[in-house]
Design a protein around this ligand. Structure first.
Ligand SMILES: [Zn+2]
Ligand SMILES: [Zn+2]
Length: 287
């Protein structure tokens, strides 16, 4: 896919933002590369420019780079899932002190922009095959938001529903606030004409809700037919919702249109949504 494929135009490309949006999950691509997938032009300076270019569209951004690329500075040994089965990789970087240095460097990076109003600092985490994190759990306490995501879903193709729920149950066990793009790994099974089964989305929401985990409406791979049902179900249950561009490329800053479309098509009252609030996380952690 080219970067232009990630530009979302939506049902009304000429629409204006109905409100300034918070995007709770975003990456950076510049030095010192805390995420390997984005392009270098996706710098903090570019995020700052978004407030100037579209002031009516943006309230805040959280930078949530990947825990595994913070812990493993060698891209060939981390992305996309080289580390899942190679615990020795993580253990080697941890034993040498490199992981601790990278975590400190990430916090230092955050001190350059994090202000608790326009900019927040978080991490996108996941578990390896054995259910372990790439960074020590203690590193997450200082974050404004922790997002747990499924990026690797190996197994038998015909067991895709079973594998999905196994993955959801693994995510629930992680110390996270939000599950990121909770249906993206199922997108091959969904089309606008034939969305994911309603029961599958309901059961996913029920499991996350019982665990006190919020959900994300993620614009990086639009899946409108499923995200509309996801938002409707989350709203009905009073679950925490985070809207996220999941920015990988500067070309995606206009994808707030996806949030507008999902809210409009879901027919939910935006003002009544239980939106993600980092101050509640701080209170919960006793910080
Ligand atoms: Zn992700
Ligand atoms: Zn991401």
């Amino acid at each position: 896919m080219s970067k232009q494929d990630f530009v979302y135009r939506g049902i009304r490309p000429d629409r204006k933002p109905s409100r300034p949006w918070a995007s709770w999950h975003n990456h950076t691509g510049g030095h010192p590369r805390f995420s390997f997938c984005p392009t270098p032009g996706l710098s903090i300076a570019r995020y700052r420019a978004a407030f100037e270019r579209e002031p009516e569209a943006w309230a805040s951004f959280a930078i949530t780079d990947h825990a595994f690329s913070i812990a493993i500075p060698d891209p060939s040994r981390s992305w996309p899932h080289a580390w899942y089965d190679e615990r020795a990789t993580l253990e080697g970087f941890a034993a040498s002190g490199e992981t601790a240095r990278r975590i400190e460097a990430y916090l230092e990076f955050g001190r350059g922009f994090r202000d608790g109003a326009r900019f927040f600092l978080g991490m996108e985490i996941e578990a390896d095959r054995a259910g372990r994190l790439a960074v020590p759990e203690s590193a997450l306490g200082a974050m404004d938001i922790v997002i747990a995501s499924i990026h690797h879903n190996p197994g038998e193709p015909e067991k895709w529903i079973e594998r999905h729920f196994n993955q959801i149950d693994r995510m629930i066990a992680l110390p996270a606030d939000i599950i990121g793009h909770p249906l993206r790994h199922l997108r091959a099974h969904s089309t606008p004409e034939k969305p994911l089964p309603a029961e599958l989305i309901d059961e996913t929401l029920d499991r996350l809700h019982r665990a006190g985990m919020g959900i994300e409406i993620n614009a990086h791979y639009p899946q409108l037919q499923d995200d509309v049902a996801l938002l409707r179900g989350a709203a009905a249950r009073g679950m925490v919702v985070a809207f996220s561009l999941d920015l990988h490329y500067p070309e995606e800053f206009g994808n707030w249109r996806y949030f507008e479309d999902v809210v409009e098509l879901a027919g939910v009252d935006y003002g009544a949504l239980n939106l993600y609030d980092p101050s509640k996380r701080r209170r919960r952690l006793g910080a």
